[in-house]
Design a protein around this ligand. Sequence first.
Ligand code: AMP
Length: 415
Amino acid sequence: MRVLLVGGGGREHALALGLADDPSVEMLVAAPGNPGIASVAELREVDTADPAAVAALAVELRAELVVIGPEAPLVAGVADAVRAKGIAVFGPSAEAARLEGSKTFAKEIMTAAGVPTARAHTCTDPQSAAEALDDFGPPYVVKNDGLAAGKGVVVTDDRAIALEHARECGRVVIEEYLSGPEVSLFVVTDGEAAVPLLPAQDFKRVGDGDTGPNTGGMGAYAPLPWAPPDLVDEVMTDVVHPTLAQMRHRGIPFAGLLYVGLALTAAGPRVIEFNARFGDPETQVVLALLETPLAGLLHAAATGTLAAHPPLRWRDGAAVTVVVAAEGYPAKPRTGDVITGADRAGVIHAGTRRDADGTLRSAGGRVLCGTATGPDLAAARDAAYALVRGIELAGAHHRSDIAAAAVESRIAVPD
Ligand code: AMP
């Protein structure tokens, strides 16, 4: 299979490793890719937000499968443009990607589908925002209505900060606070058939103990030793299938990766958000455990043949990834610093670039991830931190508690 992978972050590096490992893949090109991806794929320059440019590249490469990693190209209509050329594409249409691109649209679908989620109000002016905040009380949850790369949400006990975020964003969704451990569940779907991957947990706050501002994600692990055994079945029945049915009913079937972000509350699992693509950094750990060839799975979803795909096979054990972030991330990341120790198996590149002389430098807020598997979570965690300790980058920081609570059995689902 000839495969074009669109994107150039940590998620795409993890996808590239999975695709390159699939014996059916005879060509793998990544656009734009990154220096880590370059070790398993040919890199091509492209404006990933330009549907016509990506479609033209897919045609030129005679691609048989295009895999779109990030949300921005999906919302821009890249999947539609590639599909219009008769090429199989893993990723939803622009219209279906609104499940991620618009929090209001996602709420509307969830309500129509009867999916359990937080009660919410969409607000466009300070007066209605203040009323919504007072309706729910603290902690306040204020979400930018548009795409915000995982950074548009403010959760705070401070009403003034909540109001200020609402004012800055203009159009926001203000919702009820959901209390309970969070789970990320990835579901591969062709619009009708749906296959869940292993549930994972990520760490959104920048600091240890879930302190500091929200980020794109500072680490992740899978599987979840504390998750109820029927969790995935319950989410498929109560959330995924009703949502996919509602999308079909509206004539905008969702095919690609449905990311379900959940809080396991005392009242049961509640959807925090939908995303229209693999999550970063959970992809790094979930794909590290997937034994089933990745390209075949994504191709089945892209061609409406997922129902005939064999059941997934998983490696035993666990996986952990720890993000190494640039100084100043998330507020004002410093880039351009020299990196050493990154050329080892398990080091995933997220925001890096290589000079002509081969020097590796930071080029984004989240720079690298140390990703490792092990026979159990504790072993995987030790191995991931060993990778991180081997990386040198001036001013870099990482969380020291990724997967720690799970290893120490300190996570409980409220009942
Ligand atoms: P989102 O971009 O919607 O995933 O939100 C980012 C993070 O904010 C989530 O991973 C949660 O940690 C937190 N969050 C969002 N919505 C809620 C909510 N209703 N209750 C509690 N925490 C939330």
